[in-house]
Design a protein. Structure first.
Length: 297
């Protein structure tokens, strides 16, 4: 039985992981959850845990018009808090331990569409930079007993998720017309992520950066069509709009460009990047894409 502490109460990912483990791995993983707001967490005994899964973070910002104070909040939460939690765990735990940090594909920036092992990180804004700085600080703490596992997921979606997916679902629900576009996105259903994290913990995986994703790349047009089909609705696909969409993706207004890129641009992890020499880590994609969309609506 592995004892796991989730740091970050009421996190979508943390709560989804807790529920998934309760339903699928309760004989192998025991979970506690704490808030890391304020200072009460500092008096908690971390020494009894095999793994700390750090999910507290600040995300989903309109990064185009924010004050310097707001930017510093991102660094305080995404970098400084993560490092403080890891330092406490490292100082208290004797023996093998895992610190799992939820980073993001955002560390690669917005000027890339196909990510391979050699692709350099190049965050386009303070949100991505705060995640990357956290990664670098945490990796410096690694030793033979303290393993740091960095997770860089693509867009995560699932029931009651936040961010771009629910926005796209809203459009699909109300609009019978949608542009026929050619793009590909890596996505990750939250239960597939939960199974991936479970396997990291159960198998005591070591320090590395991990890139989990669904088996299939996703085309935005096909996604909207699938949503409407599952809901019993037809969709009219309009061709010849790729040029207009590319103009929007390169719009001078960074917010318009960012939204257009997230909806209509391409961004994938090379599938080889998400495969492991440990074959059991390749069995985490337990829910098919179609079924994941059905569960998410």
């Amino acid at each position: 039985m592995k004892r796991v502490l989730i740091t970050g109460k009421n996190s979508y990912i943390g709560e989804s992981f807790r529920k998934y483990v309760e339903a699928n791995h309760r004989e192998e993983i025991q979970i506690d959850v704490i808030s890391v707001r304020g200072n009460a967490w500092k008096s908690r005994d971390f020494s009894v845990y095999d793994t700390v899964f750090h999910v507290a973070g600040k995300a989903h910002a309109d990064v185009s018009h924010v004050s310097e104070a707001v930017k510093q909040e991102y660094y305080a939460v995404n970098r400084d808090l993560a490092v403080a939690v890891a330092q406490k765990y490292r100082s208290e735990r004797n023996g093998f331990s895992q610190f799992i940090y939820m980073s993001s594909i955002i560390v690669y920036g917005q000027k890339i569409d196909h990510i391979v092992a050699e692709t350099p990180t190049n965050p386009a804004n303070f949100y991505g930079d705060s995640k990357l700085q956290a990664e670098r600080s945490l990796q410096k703490m690694t030793d033979v007993n303290f393993q740091v596992l960095i997770i860089r997921p693509p867009m995560i979606y699932g029931p009651n998720s936040k961010g771009n997916f629910p926005s796209l679902v809203k459009i699909a629900k109300i609009s019978p017309v949608f542009p026929k576009i050619t793009n590909q996105r890596s996505m990750l259903f939250v239960d597939n992520l939960a199974e991936f994290i479970s396997q990291l913990i159960i198998k005591s995986q070591l320090t590395a950066t991990y890139f989990p994703q669904n088996k299939e790349y996703v085309n935005t047009t096909d996604l909207v069509k699938m949503i409407r089909t599952i809901r019993g609705n037809n969709v009219i696909l309009v061709s010849g709009m790729n040029s207009l969409l590319h103009l929007l993706m390169n719009h001078d207004n960074s917010m318009i460009g960012a939204y257009a890129n997230k909806a209509f641009g391409s961004l994938v992890y090379d599938k080889g990047l998400s495969k492991s020499s440990d074959m059991l880590l390749n069995d985490y994609q337990v829910v098919s894409f179609k079924e994941s969309i059905r569960r998410s609506l």
